[in-house]
Design a protein around this ligand. Sequence first.
Ligand code: HEC
Ligand code: HEC
Length: 269
Amino acid sequence: MKIHCLFPALPVFCLVVGLVASPTVTAADVPLVVPAESTIPAGPEGDAIRLGRQLMNDTRKQLPRNVGNGLNCSSCHIAGGTQANAGPYVGLTALFPMYNARDGRVISLQTRINDCFERSMNGHPLAWDAKEMNAMLMYIRWLSTGVPVGSQVAGRGMGQVDPSLKPDRARGATIYVAKCASCHGLQGAGTPDGSGGYVFPPVWGKQSYNTGAGMARTETAAAFIKSKMPMGQPDSLSDQDAIDVADYVAHQPRPVFAGGKPDAQAKRR
Ligand code: HEC
Ligand code: HEC
């Protein structure tokens, strides 16, 4: 079989990847490599890739009918989904559509994106054939350049903390005040930018993700917080600190997820 190697200059590495990946390529980790800007093609394809990136980074303003809170995709998928342990989009077109054991069904990348629109963005799904959906897919496809089908990049998802630790929410409140409130506010409402958006996004309350979001689960939030927060000081919290503060944040008031019920008021694109 042909091994698609991301680092042709490192034949030993390629060989190892090849051995691990052979004969059937199943979720072997490959390095997270963000393609060079210069590889964005000219013409309509490049326009779609750039639009997709803009929609990820400026979602609230660009898609007001689909976003129901103060967040952008990149509030959690940091830097347009290019960073390890912050929900990178790199490599996702090599994995989706995929069978999801928890859901017991095959889910497409469109479904997964709309899941975040309905939960993390507390909003409404995009139509599958909307220009904006296709632009996001094109951006993710471009980011996935060179990742072999069936492989996942190292750092996919939100990272990990020791799952055996028990959260102490009261301790988490103290950590929040000391290490998070300066940016996200004592009331979790974020720091507004004066034009309807946020310099630092809300972590609870009306403008934050809803109860159905992955970030509303202590373990997921703990992993993300440990990997990425406080902003500028990644990996500075212990696993216990991250779990405690995540448990505090995850259990603050936030919009309640409607449970996937069709919303008569929803304006679909
Ligand atoms: C409040 C945080 C948050 C926001 C905002 C958010 N997401 Fe997510 N997203 C998550 C979490 C958490 C996961 C699950 C990661 C995991 O499985 O560990 C996820 C998963 C995903 C995945 C699947 C990733 C994978 O590795 O399988 C895609 C695609 C995705 N989100 C797209 C989007 C898009 C597009 C937007 C904006 C419309 C968005 N997300 C907004 C938190 C967020
Ligand atoms: C220096 C400012 C700063 C500090 C301090 C900080 N954050 Fe953040 N946080 C950010 C920024 C900025 C983002 C959005 C990332 C982006 O847009 O690139 C973010 C995103 C988040 C998110 C996901 C998006 C959302 O709004 O829910 C969570 C959860 C979060 N931070 C939790 C925390 C926790 C918990 C702490 C304390 C341990 C913390 N942050 C400390 C700046 C900060």
